[in-house]
Write a protein that binds this ligand. Sequence first.
Ligand SMILES: [Fe+2]
Length: 506
Amino acid sequence: MLTRRQTLGAAALVAVPFVRHARAADVPRFALGVASGAPRPDGMVLWTRLTAPPGQDDLPEVVPVRWELARDEAFGQVVASGVEAAERTWAHSVHAEPAGLEPGRWYWYRFRALGQVSAIGRTRTAPAPDAPATLDFAIASCQRYEVNHYAAWRHLATDGLDLVLFLGDYLYEYGAQPTNVRQVGLGRIRTLDDYRARYALYRSDPALQAAHAACPWILVWDDHEVDNDYAGLQGQDLDPAFPARRADAYQAYWEHQPFPKAARPSREGMRIFDRYRWGRLATIHALDDRQYRDPQACPRPGRGGSNTLPRRDCPGMLDPARSLLGAAQEAWLAQGWDLERPWNLLAQQTLMSPLSWRDPAGPDGPMVWTDGWDGYPAARQRLLDTVRERRVPGVVVLGGDVHAHYVADVHANPDDPRSPVLASEFCGTSISSHGWPQTRLDGIRGFHPHLKFARSDRRGAVRFRLDDRRLQADLLAVDDPARPDSAVGPLRRFVVEADRPGPQPA
Ligand SMILES: [Fe+2]
């Protein structure tokens, strides 16, 4: 028997010689799937975007899209529904926001427009703020489409997760290379339409669609959603047109992710940093380390962006006025630590623990990469000082960006491995983007006693189970990232006890 999609595909082939509007009804309108995000105790955001044939936008200016949310997968008990206007100005995206839902339960949702119905997505509300809760979640990042397949997403889509925390590099702006695993014609992204087309390409992947349809996501961006190594309004090549390009990238980001309507960007920016409660269990602080940061210290001559250099050759790096989060977000975080719940999960972009390319205790001191927290040591120390002074419980730093699994003790003074362990860090490897050869990390492990695990040669994600007593972390690894059907399995397990900062092997 033909599935609906196969039927549509056959019809589209036959319809080629016919007039445009006769064919329009056969074009898949929900080809990018569905998604949900920003779960709250009484609601969440439901997302989709209507699609047109490639290079031929035949959609009306405004399309009414009906959404339904039910307590059951068969939609026997629809508890909320509505109509949203999908507008060309916003790439015919839909951001529906059901409200008044029950806390801590699962729901199913779907969309209808132009005589078609979308795939069904599964989503949930957060538990009530005073309710006991557990949380099964994963962190994921860095999913460069053309260099590998998404076996990690295929695995996570059926792994019983309540929530995905996506920590940046949802897409990459680069053009295609002849060696790519997925042969797709990609130019370097320049325009709003380029960003939109790139999201559409990524969202065409069935494994990524399945992961979005399986549970709500909370997302933050890193640099590649706009351009490598950008900082605030400065691009790495110091192009004066960069602010306009950033605005286009932020617009496309909102159009393609399940953020609420209130987050819709202006040309000046888009607020993505936010705080989410998960019952009595945890507060998730989702940070933005790109939009408000000071430029990287000591770039190469005539350029912006990152550099790797001895810290002693770059005194400006230590300037306490420099910030990775910006003053307003730093204050928001400092004032918003949760002193009631056992866990504070910091959903942010990159490795917080120090990483030096030579022995930091040697006569010449550390050699660091200026784009990460190592390039903003005073800002890192301010954050950690607040955690120490306010005795913030259960701080777990979650990150991505560096395409390697790192598990680390976060010390009160990151430069002093004898200082107390204040927090725990899990930096997850990339879903698909290439990592360094393992030999590079093996060569520096000896002078990084705070790193409990460091593995750059595997792709994957980290799968967590959290209750009020402990966090269990399974570092996942894809056997063969070039295969969409590759096996995915646990590489190593660590636990963190609620009253004892620092990951322990399990
Ligand atoms: Fe990345």
